[in-house]
Design a protein around this ligand. Structure first.
Ligand SMILES: NC(=O)C1=CN([C@@H]2O[C@H](COP(=O)(O)OP(=O)(O)OC[C@H]3O[C@@H](n4cnc5c(N)ncnc54)[C@H](OP(=O)(O)O)[C@@H]3O)[C@@H](O)[C@H]2O)C=CC1
Ligand SMILES: CC(=O)N[C@@H](CCC(=O)OP(=O)(O)O)C(=O)O
Length: 335
């Protein structure tokens, strides 16, 4: 059994991770942590997240000495804000832990990206270079050898899973940048209350127009410029991305269908729905699936991609990466 620690366990993705680690036959939940001065320190996680009550009643321990926690752990899941992950991941790594980071702290291998989009200067270029991007269906070989996995963001997961098969097959005319409009539920903003993510205050609106940090994350990993506009919707969880792209000259609907079906033929967690179908949130909420639908008219394709932001967009994708890294059966603790 691998001793597994979750930092940021009281948050939305932390609670999802806690449940999956509890269910995993090869992982032992050895510690749940929050910040040193957290208002939730020493509370039982089951008292904060009722769904866990009676299953996992471990206390949320204040994270004081990272080195000591690291020495007693094999696997570390960081469900913490970007800068927190950036600050503590290197200590876990230097103690030999395998680290799976849900934040954006190690996703894009460029120092200036962090000053431009995250507001802090990256201090750990060597770890940034070694980090493996955890887009599970596409990066298995590297994930299987990684010490540090940077689990992709939620919008980047939904967007890339739909576009990548078509780009890799050369079916997109990249002179016209694919346009991604995506709507997320408010749990995407985390558990801490604020006016911008209060369910009663949220209407349906775009945000981060031309400035959201997921635009460069998507472009970098796809190797193709995109226009990305996120929207916030007044529902709890899920992301629906609607993507419009221009097809290369002469590409048919059949080629689009074949590329998507071939890419995911042995990948249970990504479900190509078929031509003329639209992905919908209801089918993926509270699951680790990504559903993809598409339609072609003339030289354009419209793809729809739906995921649960907390699961496929974060915690269950992290669990896929753990399963790949340690050679466990791919769906363990997910389905
Ligand atoms: N929500 C989503 O849909 C997605 C989130 N992510 C990323 O995953 C990470 C976690 O997100 P989410 O679960 O939504 O966040 P939450 O805000 O819900 O939870 C954050 C957690 O981190 C803890 N924390 C804060 N500061 C520290 C610290 N210094 N040391 C240890 N623990 C700390 C918080 O507890 P306390 O403050 O009480 O200490 C809490 O447990 C973020 O990086 C986010 O960007 C990625 C994809 C999707
Ligand atoms: C609705 C909402 O606020 N969503 C978050 C994205 C959550 C996510 O994917 O997290 P990373 O920050 O780890 O990339 C946002 O737009 O900032």
């Amino acid at each position: 059994m691998l001793k597994t620690v979750i930092v940021g366990a009281s948050g939305y993705t932390g609670a999802e991770l806690t449940k999956m680690v509890f269910l995993h036959p090869e992982l032992e939940l050895s510690g749940l942590y929050v910040s040193e001065n957290s208002v939730d320190a020493n509370k039982s996680i089951g008292d904060l997240h009722g769904a866990l009550k009676g299953l996992v009643d471990l206390p949320l321990q204040p994270l004081k000495d990272v080195s000591t926690v690291a020495k007693a752990a094999d696997v570390v899941l960081l469900a913490t804000a970007h800068e927190v992950s950036h600050n503590i991941a290197p200590t876990f790594l230097s103690e030999g832990c395998k680290v799976f980071d849900l934040s954006g702290a190690f996703r894009v291998q460029s120092d200036s990206f962090y000053t431009d989009y995250y507001g802090f200067e990256h201090q750990y270029s060597e770890w940034l270079e070694k980090a493996v991007y955890g887009l599970a269906e596409w990066n298995e070989a590297d994930i299987a050898k990684a010490d540090l996995v940077a689990v992709p963001g939620c919008y980047p997961t939904a967007s890339q899973l739909a576009l990548k098969p078509l780009l890799d097959a050369g079916l997109i005319d990249t002179q016209q940048w694919p346009v991604i409009n995506a709507v997320s539920g408010v749990s995407g903003a985390g558990r801490k209350a604020s006016m911008t993510n209060s369910l009663c205050e949220v209407s349906l609106h775009a945000y981060g127009v031309f400035t959201h940090r997921h635009q460069p994350e998507i472009s970098t990993h796809l190797g193709c410029d995109v226009i990305f506009t996120p929207h916030l919707g007044n529902f709890k969880r899920g992301i629906l991305a609607t993507i419009t792209a221009k097809l290369a000259e002469g590409v048919s609907e059949t080629q689009v269908t074949e590329a998507l079906e071939k890419a995911y033929e042995n990948k249970t967690l990504v479900r190509p729905l078929g031509s003329g179908q639209s992905a919908k949130l209801q089918s993926v909420q509270n699951t680790g699936f990504c559903d993809i639908g598409w339609s072609v008219k003339g030289q354009h394709v419209i793809l729809t991609s739906a995921i649960d932001n907390l699961l496929k967009g974060a915690a269950s994708q992290a669990m896929q990466c753990i399963n790949i890294r340690f050679g466990f059966s791919p769906l363990t603790a997910i389905v």
